[in-house]
Design a protein around this ligand. Structure first.
Ligand code: GTP
Ligand code: MG
Length: 199
């Protein structure tokens, strides 16, 4: 009998980027349900770290063990402590939080500079999250001035540039995906990719 492989990963990103929400809303069809009903989940800011485990139903059979880290400043130093014992990294960025994009980038870089993360060359899944809040037609700086969008959300290209994804990809397998913890967009695809990237 083959044992189900376990994938241990670190889930990081600034506070309020939507990490815990993404995990909660994986439930829909991706994972083994625990109760009968999937309810709209509302999250609280994570304190320190919480461990979430679930089995993946679609794609190859995998059990996930996810360290859901707090993104609050006072807890961010915990990220590197946990990073030495994981096989992959999921980094969540709030595309509507353009003011803190440089902070998000610096915090990721700090993590990637950890010797054990460097050595392991672990794969990175970067979620450009809250895609449900992006400009409806994906237009940026519309020329005709009609319907200025309410938020200045970042496009996938903005995110790739801001994080220097091209240069990161020289050391790590990396995938950037639009996601939404509210609608579930991209989440299953992302974990599916990560599962393959880790093997
Ligand atoms: P910390 O635990 O403090 O690091 O935060 P977190 O990254 O776990 O964020 P959390 O999942 O608690 O979500 C923060 C807020 O963003 C909540 O009010 C969520 O409802 C909201 N949110 C999360 N994901 C999404 C999303 O995809 N779209 C939208 N519109 N809101 C979201
Ligand atoms: Mg959280």
């Amino acid at each position: 009998l083959k044992k189900t492989p376990i994938r241990t990963i670190l889930l990081c990103g600034l506070n309020n980027s939507g990490k815990t929400t993404l995990l909660c809303n994986l439930s829909t069809d991706f994972i083994e349900k625990v109760g009968e009903e999937v309810e709209q989940v509302s999250t609280c800011p994570t304190v320190g770290v919480s461990l979430v485990e679930f089995g993946q139903r679609i794609g190859s059979r995998v059990n996930w063990r996810v360290w859901d880290m707090s993104g609050q400043g006072r807890f961010r130093n915990l990220w590197s402590y946990y990073s030495g014992h994981v096989q992959g990294l999921v980094y969540v960025v709030d595309i509507t939080d353009s003011d803190r994009i440089a902070v998000a980038r610096d915090e990721l870089q700090m993590l990637l500079d950890q010797p054990r993360v460097k050595e392991s060359r672990m794969p990175i899944l970067l979620f450009a999250n809250k895609a449900d809040m992006s400009n409806m037609d994906g237009e940026e700086g519309g020329r005709d001035g009609q319907g200025q969008s309410k938020n200045k959300s970042l496009s996938l290209d903005n995110i790739r540039l801001a994080f220097g994804v091209d240069s990161l990809s020289q050391h790590h397998k990396i995938k950037v995906l639009s996601s939404s913890g509210l609608t579930g967009t991209g989440v299953g695809e992302g974990f599916g990719w990560l599962s393959e990237a880790i093997r």
